[in-house]
Design a protein around this ligand. Structure first.
Ligand code: MEV
Length: 422
């Protein structure tokens, strides 16, 4: 696999597609969809007031090794350097044996909220007494999920104070993201609460907390791998661990640390047709679990190993919703070998960890700008209208210019074109 993707970044889009088609067995029809960047499938029916299809670039990160398997990871992002960093981080972590990822559980929680409750115990007792009946009502509201081996698992109450009570329903949603089935079940329970308990409900809605869908990715990197000379390698390991520690101590840094992780996470979540706002909300809520906003990952240096751990709430799905409507999602699932929601959860957590490793290593060594500069020069070249054949020449010239701007880029592009003509 490594040889196949060697110098992958130097290939043309057509060559990359040919490599992926051969390696991953993409059909002629699937290749056509990847080539045509027109409206996908039933996208116009997915939203209201449809006007056009907004497109974001999709690339693939390579070299990712998770639980002893190698993955190609489709990523959708507008940010230069994200995919390069993910691939680069993944390659270094693969050399160390790869990432281990574990799904702790995969359940969804929803809330039926009551207001103006005088005595919490009376609600709590009634729900405890009727829990089997309520679970049955939830099952009847969405029988197909029960047939698929999932469905409502438990129900409990929480006193939120100020007369508010939350009735929490936990559901096994199987391969779906589960928002619709959860909301249907909650509304059915709310009906029973209103009719039998005679208490009006304020609202019923799933929770995006995702704390019942946690996934952990871990990796141990021999310090010797971090630089050519042992002293330098030890220094880099220590500095990565220190950078990670700062994200535990300082919320201002933690936000940027986590943004870097979400660069990778969101790019995969979008490629897989999932609700990235839900994943973002869940991740940031999880980052503040103990009352202070902290980095989602931690890197520790012990003896000759640098060990990184990232735990994320990942309530994603692989069926239904946009995953069904957008044909690219099915191809992306195929390229990433996603057969279950757990596969996807592990892959996303692993990408987040690789992305974070690459960012921290760059930050504490050469600084982030060195890698970013080239990509920024490329963007500048493209923004002044350089054609694909002109981009690399102009990028090189801009890289040799002090503090290049748009006017200089236009001027240099003009010179390139004049030279061609003469
Ligand atoms: C840039 O998009 C992400 C970083 O700022 C992340 C980080 O600082 O850890 C490089």
């Amino acid at each position: 696999m490594e040889a196949t993707f060697s110098q992958f970044y130097k290939r043309t889009p057509e060559q990359r597609l040919a490599i992926l088609a051969e390696t991953l067995g993409l059909s002629e029809a699937e290749q056509q969809i990847l080539k045509h960047r027109a409206t996908q499938g039933d996208a116009p029916l997915l939203i209201e007031n449809y006007l056009t299809t907004y497109q974001l670039p999709e690339g693939v990160a390579v070299n990712l090794r998770v639980n002893d398997h190698e993955y190609v990871v489709p990523m959708v992002t507008e940010e230069p350097s994200v995919i390069a960093a993910a691939s680069n981080g993944a390659k270094q972590l693969a050399k160390a044996g790869g990432i281990t990822a574990t799904v702790h559980s995969r359940l969804l929680t929803g809330q039926v909220v009551l207001s103006d409750v005088k005595v919490y115990a009376s609600i709590d007792d009634w729900i405890a007494l009727h829990q089997n009946e309520l679970l049955e009502v939830a099952k009847q509201a969405h029988p197909s999920i029960v047939k698929r081996g999932g469905g409502p698992k438990s129900i409990r109450t929480r006193d939120l104070g100020e007369g508010f009570v939350s009735i929490d329903l936990v559901v096994d949603v199987k391969a779906a993201m589960g928002a619709n089935m959860m909301n249907t079940m909650l509304e059915a329970i709310a009906g029973v609460v209103q009719n039998k308990l005679h208490h009006t409900t304020l609202f019923s809605i799933l929770s995006n907390a995702g704390d019942q869908s946690l996934t952990t990715a871990t990796v141990s990197v021999p310090v010797s791998q971090l630089a050519d000379q042992p002293d330098k390698a030890q220094q880099v390991g220590k500095r990565i661990a220190q950078a990670s520690r700062i994200a535990q101590l300082d919320p201002m840094r933690a936000v940027t640390h986590n943004k870097g992780i979400m660069n990778g996470v969101d790019a995969v979540v979008v490629a897989m047709g999932n609700d990235w706002r839900a994943i973002e909300s869940a991740a940031h809520a999880y980052a503040v679990t103990d009352g202070q906003y902290r980095g989602l990952s931690q890197w520790q240096l012990e003896d000759d190993q640098l060990t990184g751990t990232l735990t994320l709430p990942l309530p994603i799905g692989i069926v239904g919703g946009a995953t069904k409507v957008l044909p690219l999602v099915a191809i992306n699932q195929k390229m990433a070998k996603i057969n279950s929601p757990e596969d996807l959860m592990k892959l996303i957590a692993a990408v987040g960890l690789a992305q974070n490793f690459a960012a921290l290593k760059a930050l504490v060594t050469n600084g982030i700008q060195q890698g970013h500069m080239k990509m920024q020069m490329r963007s500048l070249a493209m923004s002044v209208g350089a054609t694909p054949s002109e981009v690399s020449v102009l990028t090189k010239q801009l890289s040799n210019t002090d503090d290049p701007n748009e006017a200089q880029a236009r001027q240099l592009l003009g010179q390139i074109r004049n030279n061609k003509e003469t």
